[in-house]
Design a protein around this ligand. Sequence first.
Ligand code: GUN
Ligand code: ZN
Length: 650
Amino acid sequence: MLELKERDGLARICALKTRHGTVTTPALLPVVNPNQITISPKEMRERFGVQMLITNSYIIRTNSELKAEAEKKGVHELLGFDGPIMTDSGTFQSHVYGDVKIGYKEIVEFQASIGSDIGTILDVFSEPDFTRGQTEVAVDETLRRARESIGHKGDMLLAGTVQGGVYPELRERCAKELSRMEFDVHPIGGVVPLLESYRYADLAESILASKKGLDPSRPVHLFGAGHPMVFPLAVLLGCDMFDSASYAKYAREERMMYPTGTRFLRDLHDLACHCPACSRTSAEELKRMAVQERTRIIAEHNLHVCLQEIKKVRNAIHEQSIWELVEMRSRAHPALLEALKVLKKHKEYLERFEPASRRGAFFYCGPESYDRPTVSRYQQRFFERYRKTQTTVLVGFEESQKPYARTYHDVMEKVLRKVDASFIVASFFGPVPIELDEYYPIAQSVIPRELDGDVKDRMNKVMERHAHQHGYPLAVMWEGEETLKFLEEMVASDHPKQDLDLLRCRAVLDLQFGKGAGDILQSGKVKIVKSQTTGKIRNVLIDGQHVLSMRAPDGRFTLKPAGARLLMTKLPEPAMRVKTEDEPAEFAAKGNNVFAKFVVDCDPDIRPGDDVIVVNRKGELAAVGRALMNREEMLAFKRGVAVRVKDSPD
Ligand code: GUN
Ligand code: ZN
């Protein structure tokens, strides 16, 4: 079973429990061919830190010596590896060399009998160039075998492969049906031809379609993906495991793998790598070496680089910078860039998993950055949730130094001495009312002054949309003193009635929790406590009760129990609520976290990282805390925390 530990969208760090230990994902499982060992499993464990291996049960079964040994001692002793071992079924061999002679049930039973930790069904490989009809046949036969294989898994974990070729509807259907069965892992199969021919856009579509149909609590393995170039993208789309025979195959062809591509040794001047294998030699020396030794060193290098990239990906998830990593890596090959462009078609799906805010800043990496779900979410929430202020005049500013309220402080004062006005900045993310300037991702972003491609046009379109519907009688762009003179002539002088701190609280409440949330500020006497050093809002009290705290890093509110009570009066169920069984609700009220398995239902608009309200079956307040999952995940996961409880009513 999978337990979610950290995440950045669909990319996640999880613990996968097996009988031979727990594996941290994303993980790379090197392929070990017992007939052709390049790096021994023992070395993999000791020198490379490999957590888990994959081998082919079909190869073992068709070699009478290996078969006898595996049946006698088990696959772990056969390979000399005491960590978890996954086995494949022979689908690929059956596909390449014609029909596998043994039955699919026997194949599953054989894997269980040799002590495999994760076995695989004998799925039917669906080629990308199959017609729809052929693919349908492969999917239906895979599903039939899947259904009949489940009963033969014993206490082995079983992997049910998603097939469906390049037909997203077939992938999604296959994934949905497999999710209804008791599988423990879901490989995405039939993608090797896509990987081999750099069809990364089709690969991305295949992964996304599969993920959409899969139960989000099941680990996803990308079958045959062993090149570091694809790891960041595949992880961003929700893959947890990879297997690689490439490290050895490429080595035999004297090809060296890098996260940015592959190079023939003969074309290299320097190795330009600090892995332990390359540190011992040079390009010249390597070229002169005996073939066997050279192959071995290149294989070591390839494996080091693959494992290193997986670690890099895990760091990016921890830092929540997986989009940045993917966009940077997409410059390595036009096919990766093509794949990145596919993602904008799936923004709505990706947004459901997108964190409420991130540890680090939003880094602009190129025009594709504009298509990240963070951007579309801000725009959507602005247009749906933001409520205009009560002034006649709206003054617009150009994008500038952040936070905008500080940059434009003096200008705003000057304007406000003459007329009562509201202020808005034409930012990269869209229209930003001055009071939202510290809300994630506005202040937490690094955007170059010069933008590429059509980003400027796209930004202008969003501003135009705002211009058509903002509802202020008079709107002007700030162009210096002339604008001030113009405003004086146009409107009667008018004392400012608006309090920026109050506006900020209201706007953040509406964007963060839902339209209308800001009305809780009208339920009593509001006191805003600000930091003496930074001048930023720290706490909000209503009638003497602490209801909200504003977090400096992301400009969002942490909800206090008294604040939750007020929100519940303004936002009807299920808004921002996570409903649990009554007993876990009582536990939460005592300060314990809410486990996913106790969640009865929750607001479909909750996103990972949101501040949420934990309620019991009757909808009564139990606690407040931070959601670590969205609705579909809370309902699917059987392990792990859904809400980290922060506070509860006295
Ligand atoms: N290895 C590479 N691709 C596949 C696949 O589609 N199915 C199985 N079982 N193994 C694979
Ligand atoms: Zn190296």
